[in-house]
Design a protein around this ligand. Structure first.
Ligand SMILES: *[C@@H]1O[C@H](CO)[C@@H](O)[C@H](O)[C@H]1NC(C)=O
Ligand SMILES: *[C@@H]1O[C@H](CO)[C@@H](O)[C@H](O)[C@H]1NC(C)=O
Ligand SMILES: *[C@@H]1O[C@H](CO)[C@@H](O)[C@H](O)[C@H]1NC(C)=O
Ligand SMILES: *[C@@H]1O[C@H](CO)[C@@H](O)[C@H](O)[C@H]1NC(C)=O
Ligand SMILES: *[C@@H]1O[C@H](CO)[C@@H](O)[C@H](O)[C@H]1NC(C)=O
Ligand SMILES: *[C@@H]1O[C@H](CO)[C@@H](O)[C@H](O)[C@H]1NC(C)=O
Ligand SMILES: *[C@@H]1O[C@H](CO)[C@@H](O)[C@H](O)[C@H]1NC(C)=O
Ligand SMILES: *[C@@H]1O[C@H](CO)[C@@H](O)[C@H](O)[C@H]1NC(C)=O
Ligand SMILES: *[C@@H]1O[C@H](CO)[C@@H](O)[C@H](O)[C@H]1NC(C)=O
Length: 701
């Protein structure tokens, strides 16, 4: 009995201890929350969400990469580019002719065959560039023939407004493509920025993969390498084989009897010599439909054709949560001529965007985030901030703004060595610093995207530390120091006495902190500062300032957390005069501050494409899928193929099934030309973008 009572008493006191501990803990938490709200405006880590720097930087970083431009499909930037000599270009057709002008090139044969293959008269033409070719690139999913905003930058550029000439108010799918192609080529020609064999000769855009509008096929900058009839014999079910057999037989006979004998097996193949000029292209009466929209049962290769196109697009995913990756490397952006509708020049749009984001995202007049408010969690608020660039449209670009962009592009292209017919490279640095901005942006994202995410995880773990356990705090601080130190090491040296004047040394207003911050922030651009260089063109000036703002905020956060970690370390865990006892509750308040600072920095940067990916590594016969027009939605309700061998992997949905509007009259390729058609609401179902899944090769139909 005694024993029982003792046990009961012990149990009771334990319960009370636990309960009071919880009480104490809840107290701290609510105290922290109150402090937070009170001190929100006094925080040292505050980010200006009105700034265009993160948008300019991300746009620069995403250039010519499939993955980032799929997450942010409404292009804002226009960049001169070039394509090296001997680059293969492909053109698919549904007749045996040479292409009229302008027409399209794919950089991957899978894209050209993907659009034009599996027809009864499919042809594939391979070309190669004979010299470095100049081009102009529109970022985003600028060749996506649906949606709200993907085509806006090109339309604004050509027509000065979003709709184009009267009569084109309806969504007409492919039809307006020829009008756009002709207009952009005419723009180049009229301004003397390119022509046969010189200057800008093509316009690069993206949907599932990169393509190029080629202005004139008689240009000496390209050479026809082969022209093949790639029509395949139909599957025989239900077909009258008699006529079909004889036609195939004739062809084979031809090769056997005539060519096989005159040509030894190890010789070079003969280059085609056709040189007709088929003149100007016209709207096709029956534009091709994407292969995954077709249902011809007897075409034997429709499935692999579809998969091939999709697969070739993912070769150019580029930088993503899965790692750095290669984008469309055959096109080199000339970032010295980087132009963007995000430029502060377009003030009207900037003000309109700020007005709407201020309400939607709960920002102050200074652009600072006020917090999630009562209706919503911090997590949801941060998420809205992180993805804010995805909903940016060009609707507040006026006609005069569009012409400003037009003139800027003309000036930028003229300053590039494009205008020079022969000695293009003699002056290749004229007006340009020579800085490879794209590469630097890639380096910055590579260095910081994963590390900031990891820093956030460490800080999250820190908020859960047991306040009674000093050992746990010590171990955690060691881990934090390892991480912040690796971020700080290129910019900082320990003072000789880090343990003596702890507060002075490790304060963020110390001389050491200022020096560290400056080295970090101007790591890439120091030599472009006014004391080093007398002139930077406006395009590079914009990139420089965006990059310095990006690094400024990253570095400030890293210095704040890193110096804080050093301060706590030398004060409590590795002190000369015996460790001052750690105030674990005070430390926890700091950890929460740091965590919130890193979270808000990540939201400000908006690199959501770099933090979104397939959760598991896909198997060899699988790939990580995100919806890219025209490959838009997987069947829903099916488990990912990762979860079990027996389960059927997800399928691509044919048009009109499962997704409202898609493929209905007036909504894209399939439904041309649709009366009263508007582009379908593109942002309606983003779920498969935010939670990418592995799909099995070949399951596109
Ligand atoms: C925030 O950025 C905007 C746009 O660059 C600028 O106009 C504004 O002054 C900035 N706010 C602060 C507080 O610096
Ligand atoms: C291409 O081949 C297909 C099938 O053999 C044939 O029907 C078609 O006429 C050929 N096209 C040309 C232009 O020769
Ligand atoms: C392409 O160039 C040729 C030769 O200068 C010219 O005759 C033709 O009109 C041009 N085509 C287009 C579409 O501009
Ligand atoms: C858009 O631009 C085109 C060509 O510049 C013009 O014909 C048309 O009237 C404009 N539309 C509107 C609504 O301003
Ligand atoms: C904005 O944030 C503040 C502070 O968290 C909050 O009081 C307010 O309700 C929020 N406003 C909206 C519209 O969410
Ligand atoms: C609260 O949030 C929901 C969903 O985000 C939204 O539909 C609703 O309008 C919000 N209510 C207020 C009062 O802001
Ligand atoms: C911006 O564009 C939207 C949509 O077209 C329009 O409703 C709004 O009035 C515009 N704002 C300004 C300041 O022009
Ligand atoms: C190179 O640029 C300079 C300055 O813009 C100019 O004076 C010079 O003639 C150019 N050289 C060539 C070969 O175009
Ligand atoms: C304190 O934390 C350390 C490290 O996490 C752990 O090993 C230890 O068991 C904890 N001590 C107590 C009393 O919980």
């Amino acid at each position: 009995m005694d024993t029982f009572m003792t046990m009961l008493a012990a149990l009771l006191s334990l319960t009370i201890a636990v309960a009071s501990q919880q009480l104490v803990f809840q107290d701290i938490e609510s105290q922290i929350n109150q402090n937070n709200q009170v001190e929100n405006n006094k925080r040292s880590l505050k980010f200006n969400f009105t700034s265009v720097a993160p948008h300019i930087f991300s746009s620069l970083h995403g250039l010519l990469q499939q993955w980032p431009n799929t997450f942010f499909p409404n292009g804002h930037s226009i960049v001169p580019c070039e394509i090296p000599s001997y680059t293969s270009l492909y053109h698919g057709r549904r007749d045996g002719d040479l292409p009229p002008s302008p027409e399209w090139f794919g950089f991957d044969v899978e894209m050209s065959y993907g659009i034009m293959g599996s027809d009864r008269n499919s042809h594939l033409l391979t070309y190669q560039t004979t010299r470095t070719v100049g081009c102009l690139y529109f970022d985003g999913e600028s060749a996506t023939l649906m949606g709200t905003g993907q085509m806006d930058s090109l339309n604004l550029f050509i027509y000065g407004n979003l709709t184009g000439p009267p009569g084109n108010g309806h969504w007409r799918g492919l039809f307006d493509e020829y009008s756009r192609a002709t207009s952009i080529c005419k723009w180049v020609e009229d301004r003397g920025l390119g022509g046969l064999g010189w200057g800008v000769e093509g316009v690069v855009r993206m949907n599932a993969g990169f393509e190029m509008i080629w202005c004139n096929f008689t240009s000496p900058s390209i050479r026809l390498m082969s022209k093949l009839n790639v029509t395949a014999p139909l599957l025989s079910n239900g077909l009258d084989l008699s006529s079909y057999r004889s036609s195939v037989f004739e062809g084979t006979e031809d090769i056997r009897t005539n060519k096989a004998e005159t040509q030894p097996s190890n010789s070079y193949y003969p280059l085609p010599t056709e040189t007709r000029n088929p003149g100007h292209s016209t709207d096709p009466p029956d534009p091709p439909r994407p292969p995954n929209w077709r249902r011809e049962n007897q075409e034997p290769f429709l499935e692999s054709q579809t998969w091939g196109w999709f697969e070739s697009a993912i070769w150019h995913y580029g930088s993503s949560a899965m790692g750095p990756g290669r984008g469309e490397t055959r096109v080199k952006p000339l970032t010295c001529g980087f132009l963007s509708f995000y430029s502060p020049e377009f003030a009207e749009q900037h003000l309109a965007r700020f007005a709407s984001e201020k309400l939607k995202l709960n920002l102050t007049e200074d652009g600072y985030w006020l917090g999630p408010g009562n209706n919503g969690t911090r997590e949801r608020g941060l998420r809205e901030l992180t993805i804010r660039r995805r909903s940016h449209l060009l609707h507040n670009i006026s006609h005069s703004d569009a012409s400003i962009m037009n003139q800027a592009a003309e000036r930028a292209l003229r300053n590039l060595p494009y205008g020079d017919h022969n000695d293009r490279y003699l002056n290749s640095t004229a007006g340009c610093s020579g800085m490879d901005w794209s590469n630097i942006a890639a380096e910055i994202v590579q260095r910081y995207a994963a590390r900031l995410r990891r820093l956030r995880s460490i800080l999250e773990a820190g908020t859960g530390l047991d306040t009674r356990n000093q050992t746990a705090f010590r171990q955690w601080t060691i881990m934090l120091r390892h991480n912040t130190h690796s971020l700080l090491v290129p910019y900082f040296e320990y003072p000789p006495d880090p343990r003596y004047t702890i507060d002075d040394t490790w304060s963020t207003s110390s001389a050491l902190a200022h020096a560290t911050l400056s080295r970090c922030q101007f790591h890439y651009t120091r030599l472009l500062a006014p004391d080093q260089i007398s002139y930077l063109n406006p395009e590079e000036e914009l990139l420089k300032s965006a990059m310095e703002d990006i690094l400024g905020n990253i570095c400030q956060t890293v210095v704040e957390v890193g110096f804080g970690a050093e301060r706590e370390w030398f004060r409590h865990f590795d002190s000369v005069n015996g460790n001052i006892e750690l105030d674990t509750q005070g430390m926890k308040i700091s950890i929460i501050r740091w965590k919130e600072g890193v979270e808000e920095l990540m939201a400000w940067l908006g690199w959501v494409d770099q933090w979104t990916g397939c959760d598991n590594r896909c198997r060899w016969d699988e790939t990580c899928f995100i919806p890219m027009w025209p490959f838009m939605w997987l069947e829903t309700g099916k488990a990912s193929s990762r979860s079990g061998m027996d389960e059927e992997p997800p399928h691509f949905l044919p048009p009109g099934r499962g997704h409202p509007h898609y493929g209905h009259p007036g909504y894209g390729y399939g439904g041309r030309p649709g009366p009263g058609g508007h582009p379908p609401p593109f942002f309606q179902d983003d779920s498969q973008l935010w939670e990418p899944r592995c799909v099995k090769a070949g399951y596109m139909l």
